[in-house]
Design a protein around this ligand. Structure first.
Ligand SMILES: [Fe+2]
Length: 462
C-alpha cells in the first residue's frame, strides 16, 4: 500500500471507531439504568463477566488477517437473556477491553475498536431481542426462538460486519471478500454454538455455579471444532508453500515467480468479480501451475542457457500434463484447480497446448493464469533483458489479445488499479535488491520496504 493509501485507510478506521463509539454511547444512554444493585445481582453479573473474560482470553488466532476467534459470544448471549440493557453491553465491553489490553496487548486503537464493536453488537442484539418479545430474568427460565434468533443475527451481522469493514479498509479488499473470508466455513458453528447460551441460562437459573460448570465441557468442544477447522486450512496452505519452494529451489532465478503469478491471478479474478472460493481456487492453481517441472526430465531443460531444440520444446510442453497428474491425487484440487493448471498454455485462438482449446472452451482460471504468467515474465528481469514497464507489458498483452490472451481479461488488466499497484510492488522489490547490492558495495543505504511483503502480512490483526 502506498503511504497515501495507508493514511486514508487509517483515517477511515478512525471514522469507523468513532461511529461505533457513537452508537455504543447512544445505546448506553438510552438504556434503563434504574435497576437495584442487590448483592445477588452483583454476584450474577460478576460470574458472567469472569466467564466472558476467560472465554475471550481463550481465543484462537485466525489464518486470515490475523483475526481472533473466541467462544465468548456464548456467555454474552446468556447475559442478554439474564440481564437488562445496559448490563450485557457493559460485560461485553469489559471482557474485550481487559483481554485486548492485557492478554493480546493490542494497540489502543484496536482495543477501542473491538470493545466498541462488541458493545454495539450486544447492545443492538439486546434491543432486537426485547423488541421481539424476549424475556429477561435471572430467576425464571423462559425461551422464545424468534427473539433469540434476532439476537444472534444482529450480533453476528454487527460483529463480523464491522471487522470485515476494518479489514477491507486496511487491506484494500472489497467488503464482500472480507466478509466471506471472515465467516469461511465457521458460520454454521457460530449458530450451533449459540444454542449453548440457552443451555447455560437454563442451568444457571436452576443450578447456579454447578450449572455453569456443566456447560464448560461443551464450550471446550466447540472451541476444538473451530480449532480443527482452522488447522486443516493452515496445514493445506503450508503444504502448498513447501511444494512451491521445492520447485523454485531448482531455479533460483524464477524464485518468487509462482507467488507473484498467484497474486496477479487473484487480482485478475477479483476484477472479474468472482466469488472468494473461485478466487482462492485460481490463486492455488496459479501458485502450482508449473509444479510438474519438478520431474527429472525437465531438469536439464531448465538449466539450459541456450534455446531449446524442437524436440526439447515438445518435452517441455508436457509440463502442463505432468503438473495436473502430480496434483490429481489431492481431492481438494480436483476439478477447477487441476483444469486451470492443465490448460494454462492454451492460446485463445486454439494454437496452444496440450489440447488446442480455444476461447471459452479454455477454463477461465487457465486464461487468467496465462495472462498473469506472461505479465510476471515481462515485468521481471530475465537473463537476456531488463524488466519491462507496466505500460509496455500491457501494450504487449493488447497486441496479442484474441490470439494468445482472452481480450476481455486484457481489457480488465489494462484498466485495473489493483494490478498497477502490484506491479509497483515488484518495482520496489527490485529497487530493494539494488539497494542491497549498493550496501554490499559500500554505497549509502536508503530504506526501501518492498510493498509486496505487506500484501500477505499479518499487519492487520483485528
Ligand atoms: Fe507453464
Amino acid at each position: 500500500m502506498t503511504r497515501a493509501r495507508l493514511v486514508t485507510g487509517q483515517y477511515r478506521i478512525y471514522l469507523l471507531v468513532l461511529g461505533l463509539s457513537g452508537v455504543a454511547g447512544w445505546l448506553l444512554s438510552t438504556s434503563n439504568w434504574s435497576f437495584s444493585l442487590t448483592s445477588q445481582l452483583w454476584n450474577d453479573v460478576a460470574v458472567f463477566a469472569v466467564t466472558a473474560i476467560l472465554s475471550e482470553a481463550w481465543h484462537l488466532r485466525g489464518s486470515f488477517a490475523n483475526i481472533s476467534n473466541s467462544v465468548a459470544f456464548v456467555p454474552l448471549f446468556s447475559a442478554v437473556l439474564l440481564f437488562q440493557r445496559p448490563i450485557p453491553m457493559l460485560i461485553a465491553g469489559l471482557a474485550l477491553a481487559v483481554v485486548e489490553t492485557f492478554v493480546r496487548r493490542k494497540p489502543l486503537i484496536r482495543v477501542w475498536f473491538n470493545t466498541a464493536q462488541h458493545m454495539v453488537a450486544i447492545g443492538l442484539g439486546t434491543a432486537v431481542y426485547s423488541a421481539l418479545g424476549g424475556a429477561v430474568s435471572t430467576t425464571d427460565f423462559s425461551f422464545r426462538l424468534i427473539p433469540f434468533a434476532g439476537l444472534i443475527g444482529t450480533f453476528f451481522i454487527i460483529n463480523q460486519g464491522s471487522v470485515s469493514a476494518a479489514i477491507a479498509i486496511s487491506n484494500g479488499l472489497t467488503l464482500r471478500e472480507s466478509w466471506e473470508r471472515i465467516g469461511g466455513g465457521a458460520r454454521v458453528y457460530d449458530v450451533l454454538a449459540s444454542s449453548l447460551a440457552i443451555l447455560l441460562v437454563f442451568l444457571y437459573v436452576k443450578l447456579q455455579f454447578v450449572g455453569l460448570a456443566v456447560v464448560v465441557l461443551p464450550l471446550f468442544l466447540v472451541r476444538q471444532l473451530y480449532q480443527m477447522n482452522q488447522t486443516l486450512q493452515t496445514e493445506l496452505e503450508e503444504k502448498l508453500e513447501l511444494m512451491v519452494k521445492s520447485i523454485e529451489a531448482r531455479d533460483p532465478y524464477t524464485s518468487g515467480h509462482s507467488r507473484r503469478v498467484s497474486e496477479y491471478a487473484s487480482a485478475i479474478a477479483r476484477e472479474v468479480g468472482l466469488q472468494v472460493k473461485d478466487i482462492d481456487a485460481i490463486r492455488r492453481a496459479a501458485l502450482l501451475h508449473d509444479v510438474g517441472k519438478i520431474y527429472e526430465e525437465f531438469a536439464p531443460l531448465l538449466r539450459k542457457q541456450t534455446k531449446l531444440t524442437p524436440e526439447e520444446r515438445i518435452v517441455m510442453q508436457t509440463h502442463v500434463v505432468r503438473s495436473a497428474e502430480l496434483l490429481s491425487p489431492v481431492a481438494k484440487f480436483k476439478g477447477a484447480i487441476i483444469e486451470a493448471i492443465k490448460h494454462h498454455h492454451e492460446n485463445y485462438d486454439g494454437t496452444g497446448y496440450p489440447d488446442g482449446l480455444a476461447g471459452e472452451q479454455i477454463p477461465l482460471g487457465a486464461r487468467i493464469i496465462m495472462v498473469a504468467d506472461t505479465m510476471d515474465a515481462m515485468t521481471t528481469d530475465r537473463p537476456y533483458r531488463r524488466a519491462l514497464t507496466l505500460q509496455y507489458a500491457v501494450g504487449e498483452l493488447r497486441k496479442h489479445a484474441g490470439r494468445q490472451f482472452d481480450p476481455r481479461l486484457v481489457e480488465l488488466v489494462s484498466k485495473s488499479r489493483a494490478i498497477a499497484r502490484l506491479l509497483g510492488a515488484v518495482a520496489s522489490e527490485e529497487q530493494e535488491a539494488k539497494v542491497g547490492q549498493e550496501a554490499a558495495s559500500g554505497k549509502s543505504l536508503s530504506a526501501v520496504k518492498p510493498r509486496w511483503a505487506t500484501l500477505n502480512s499479518d499487519r492487520v490483526g483485528f
